[in-house]
Design a protein around this ligand. Structure first.
Ligand SMILES: Cc1ncc(COP(=O)(O)O)c(C=O)c1O
Length: 477
């Protein structure tokens, strides 16, 4: 069957497109046969299956035959909505946000210039303005990005450039790194996300520019140690330019003390960035927002919508308190974002972004925000936080388990009191049964991890899972 190429106002094309979408939806829904997260297929068997596929045939098969091929592999897609899936900060997508994805893909607007995305540009500006107010940046601004890593990297570029301009009187954008670049240092906890190291590499400062701060027994930055390190580093001639507080560490969900970090940043004229890729969900909760501290104290903040907010990948933004921080990304091209257009009121968002072509992700934030309201999101977040508290209490009161850190958000790190090998085996057995949990290392010991983002998870699910873990442990030991 010859398929139409692109959408048009022609009724025949519209009907064909509707039929393709309905058939696809039908194939997806038919492939979901139970509540498990994963088929449990062995990686080598799956690889062999994929290797047999003809990726680029000389002649196309048309949509219907292609869909038959796709139906064959759909059962092996991961089902992120399953209550048996909880290894990472990787969420299921809210139903209305998947509908919003369809709108984004159908229109395929690009966020670089107004003439490529008239409505999405205005929508993104409005959504960012609301988000800035939510974190207490009255005159703030921001930019949507591909994820927390890019949001963090964008913030650190802005931090370096503005620090060099204000404190060293030096224009990095124009002249590249200053001569003293080997002295510039960024500070963040030893368990912060690796995007800080990546950022320093990409910025030409190198991994050595990252001062890793020790954490206390609650997995938060040890402020006294930070203060001491700053004194020592400055004495040695280093130039602190930025500190990153993690509001929700990847493994533990621990939250650094933003007030204390602000105090030290003020003392040394440093930029304070908050990586709230995980913890930003708490902004929606009247009950638990206080755990973040006063986020308006930071100069920039990362928010990931594809974690606690349950929006489809990818969706993140970086917000800045002072709009001019994003000037570091401004550059004009005759073909794209002419200054004369901007003077006449056409907004070209490319001037605030590392990216040029960019998805209209603010649309799905708008759809889900309006659909559920702050109250609806608050209930989702509270449920996750309370599930984590339930699970922590269950494990800490059981002598068979170690559960070292009380959760502040929704992650619970634990281990059976056996050996690294047994704990690793437990995770693998669960995986082969279609249940996916996380694994990490704390103080050199292998730990297992539940990351509870799914609003469908109940305490009964958690009870059953802990029981199953006990049984697997007994069968191994
Ligand atoms: C604390 C934290 N920051 C940043 C990131 C990176 O986010 P992304 O995967 O969206 O790039 C993660 C990822 O899990 C994270 O846990």
């Amino acid at each position: 069957m010859a398929n139409s190429l692109v959408l048009s106002s022609d009724q025949k094309v519209k009907d064909e497109f509707r039929s393709m979408i309905m058939k696809t939806l039908d194939a997806i829904l038919t492939s979901i046969k139970d509540e498990s997260a994963f088929s449990g297929i062995d990686p080598l068997v799956l690889r062999e299956k994929v290797n047999k596929l003809e990726i680029l045939p000389e002649e196309g098969l048309g949509f219907d035959k292609t869909l038959e091929n796709v139906k064959d592999f759909l059962p092996h897609m991961l089902k992120t909505w399953s209550t048996d899936y909880m290894p990472h900060l990787h969420s299921p997508a809210l139903l209305e946000s998947i509908a919003a994805e369809l709108i984004i893909s159908v229109f395929n607007d690009s966020m670089d210039s107004w003439d490529q995305s008239p409505l999405p540009t205005e929508m993104e500006v409005a959504v960012l303005d609301r988000l800035a107010k939510l974190v207490g940046f009255e005159n703030g601004d921001g930019n949507f990005t591909s994820g927390g890593s890019q949001s963090n990297i964008s913030a650190i570029i802005a931090a370096r450039d503005s620090f060099c301009k204000k404190e060293l009187g030096y224009d990095v954008k124009k002249y590249g790194l200053p001569e003293c670049y080997r002295k510039l240092k960024l500070y963040t906890s030893s368990i912060s996300h690796f995007s800080m190291d990546k950022a320093c590499h990409i910025l030409g400062l190198g991994y050595e520019a990252v001062g890793k701060l020790p954490v206390d027994d609650k997995e938060k930055v040890d402020i006294k140690a930070f203060e001491k390190l700053l004194e020592e580093d400055v004495r040695k001639g280093f130039i602190p330019f930025c500190a990153v507080a993690t509001l929700g560490t990847t493994d533990f969900g621990s939250i650094d003390d933003i007030g204390e970090m602000r105090r030290l940043c003020d003392k040394y004229h440093m930029h304070l960035h908050a990586d709230a890729a995980y913890g930003s969900g708490l902004l929606m909760s009247d009950k638990y927002r206080y755990r973040l501290g006063d986020v308006s104290l930071c100069d920039s903040i990362t928010i990931d919508f594809h974690k606690m907010f349950l929006l489809p990948i990818s969706c993140s933004c970086v917000l800045v308190k002072d709009k001019s921080l994003l000037d570091c990304f401004e550059l004009h091209a005759d073909y794209l974002n002419r200054e004369e257009d901007e003077e006449d009121g056409y907004i070209n968002l490319v001037g605030k972004s590392m990216q040029t072509t960019r998805r209209a992700d603010a649309i799905k934030v708008y759809v889900s925000f309006v659909c559920r309201g702050k109250d609806g999101f608050g209930k989702i977040i509270d449920h996750s936080v309370e599930n984590a508290k339930y699970l922590y209490d269950l494990l800490k009161d059981d002598k068979a388990f170690i559960c070292p850190v009380e959760p502040e958000i929704s992650s619970v790190v634990f281990a059976t009191r056996t050996s690294d090998e047994v704990n690793k085996k437990i995770r693998r057995v669960l995986l082969s049964e279609g249940t996916v949990i996380g694994q990490t290392v704390k103080d050199g010991v292998t730990m297992l991890k539940f990351t509870l983002l799914n609003p469908a998870l109940t305490t009964a699910h958690l009870d059953r899972l802990v029981d199953r873990i006990r049984k697997i442990r007994d069968s191994i030991c």
